[in-house]
Design a protein around this ligand. Sequence first.
Ligand SMILES: Nc1ncnc2c1ncn2[C@@H]1O[C@H](COP(=O)(O)OP(=O)(O)OP(=O)(O)O)[C@@H](O)[C@H]1O
Ligand SMILES: [Mg+2]
Length: 386
Amino acid sequence: MENCSVIYVLDKNFNSGEIIKSYLEEFNLGYEVKIFSDYNEGIKAIKKDDNHPIVFVDISNDDKNSLIKTLETIKLFTSKIIITSTDYSTNTIVKAMRMGAKEFLPKPVLKQDLKRVITMFCLQQNLGDDTASKIITIYSNKGGIGKTTIASNLAIELAKATHDKVALIDLNLQLGDISTFLNLNPTFDVAYVIKNLIDKKEETLIKAFEQYKDSSLYILSDPNYIEQSESITPQEIDSLFTALKKIFPYIIVDMSSNIDPNSLKILDKSDWILFTTIVNIPAIRNAQRCLNLFRSRRYPNNRVKLIINRYMENDEIKIEDIETTLGEKVYWKVPNNYFTIMESINKGIPVSDVNANSNIANSFKDLAIKISDDIVEQAIINYRGR
Ligand SMILES: Nc1ncnc2c1ncn2[C@@H]1O[C@H](COP(=O)(O)OP(=O)(O)OP(=O)(O)O)[C@@H](O)[C@H]1O
Ligand SMILES: [Mg+2]
């Protein structure tokens, strides 16, 4: 905790500095927050701080030359720079990032955005880089339940909601669908990355991913030929995750419904399993078996989240009955919307591009927000409990 103890807020507008301070104090992470409306004074204090502190710098209405000088100087003492600005044109953000800022927060700063950014910094500083990264696997032990639909739409919404780097990995090695669902024609695939790039530097590794339409989503598809996936071992899957955790705060995994050594490795390594079922007796019976398997593998309680796909309000089987049968609370319900989903799959676009106001597009958007909020919430609890 002591090497995370002071946060510096450089803001010419003292009131907006105060708002950031009050949020930070509310999160109760054990920081002292110092606000400076005189940047030179702020820089002097940062120079004396040996702990590579977190620094917020407001760049609204700043003239470019003094701004460059300010950031260049701060960069000598810490890399944890968060830029805030009332101007959130792409130009400003790009400019700030080029000058070495790690994050950009538009003003007025939203509590939730601040919480996310600060937690990531805090965790990276205190617990090592890869603990901040989460592997979120969409799984069902039954085929055709909606895993790929959920994985691809959730990944897109998570990138939109967090602006963080999100990886979407197709580990359904023999029957992957993600490149079809999102209409991609990838050059590289999971097998290639595992066999050739796993120990390469971040810059090289990330080039094997397809960046999705200028977003912060990066996709790695399944191999074109079944033979390429046959030789992949659980050990190699482990190494793949280790490498990806250094790059991506969120790793969304789509996989097959098989239970084999590779699948078990994926599930064992996942921080979250979005265990998906639909509301019918055979599916629920299968879900029950699978949850027993998870219990026998002693997965921590909060790893498995129950998702109901194709949910309909007036279904004969009630949610409470499912919860009682499975001994698990429902984490999220994705509504049944056959036409929007079919159009999305046929056109190779996410449901938000088919109809952003549809119940299903909203459901994925809200699910993404809930997941990122819950991860931050959990991280804060863990951080406090250290
Ligand atoms: N919420 C939904 N509402 C309506 N239809 C849905 C919904 N989710 C999925 N579907 C339908 O279910 C079909 C199967 O979905 P999807 O391919 O995502 O499942 P999967 O679990 O990945 O299958 P597989 O086991 O083959 O990989 C899709 O073609 C789609 O039509
Ligand atoms: Mg699938």
